[in-house]
Design a protein around this ligand. Structure first.
Ligand SMILES: [Zn+2]
Length: 175
């Protein structure tokens, strides 16, 4: 890494620390959000009795005439998340970062999630801002973000993901 990039990274990290202090939440509770921003995806961390989870949602806005668009990312950070309501069942293959192979799991299609503290981070690729906003109500997720919530909650509650490995499938040639 070049010197000026290193300096920017250091500045970014210092600013991050400052923001965490201002938000008035424990520093390690911010970790899943940091991971989501730096590495992408959903994350959860369980430490002592405190559970934290970050769920990432992506929305692409595209102008067909100008042929130009951008993907807005929203990351929701939950402190001690809990499922208030879930709805529907979706069978799907998932790859967990702690395992080598994909597994067949069952997820809800829609979930309503509450928490002791909820923070929304919006990453705007056009103006280089990460906007943070405290959320006062429970949040509803559908589809892929609902699967993400269910996956991370399973990590927090059970420690690991239980599913059927891909080799339970059988090839078949259609006639
Ligand atoms: Zn996982």
């Amino acid at each position: 890494m070049e010197y000026c990039e290193l300096k920017k990274l250091l500045k970014f990290s210092l600013k991050e620390k400052e923001i965490i202090n201002q938000l008035d939440i424990p520093e390690d509770a911010f970790l899943p959000l940091i991971f989501s921003i730096r590495f992408g995806g959903d994350w959860s961390v369980s430490k002592n009795s405190r559970k934290t989870m970050a769920i990432k949602e992506k929305v692409t806005r595209y102008d067909d005439e100008k042929k130009l668009g951008y993907t807005l990312e929203k990351v929701y950070l939950f402190l001690n998340p809990h499922i208030l309501k879930e709805d529907g069942t979706v069978y799907r293959l998932e790859k967990c970062s702690t395992k080598n192979e994909r597994e067949l799991v069952k997820r809800p299609y829609r979930v309503l999630v509450g928490g002791d503290y909820i923070l929304e981070a919006t990453l705007d690729p056009l103006d280089f801002k990460i906007r943070l906003k405290k959320i006062e109500t429970a949040l509803e997720f559908t589809g892929s973000s609902a699967y993400g919530v269910s996956h991370e909650m399973e990590h927090l509650d059970q420690g690991k993901i239980e599913g059927k490995p891909f080799w339970e499938f059988e090839y078949e040639i259609e006639k």
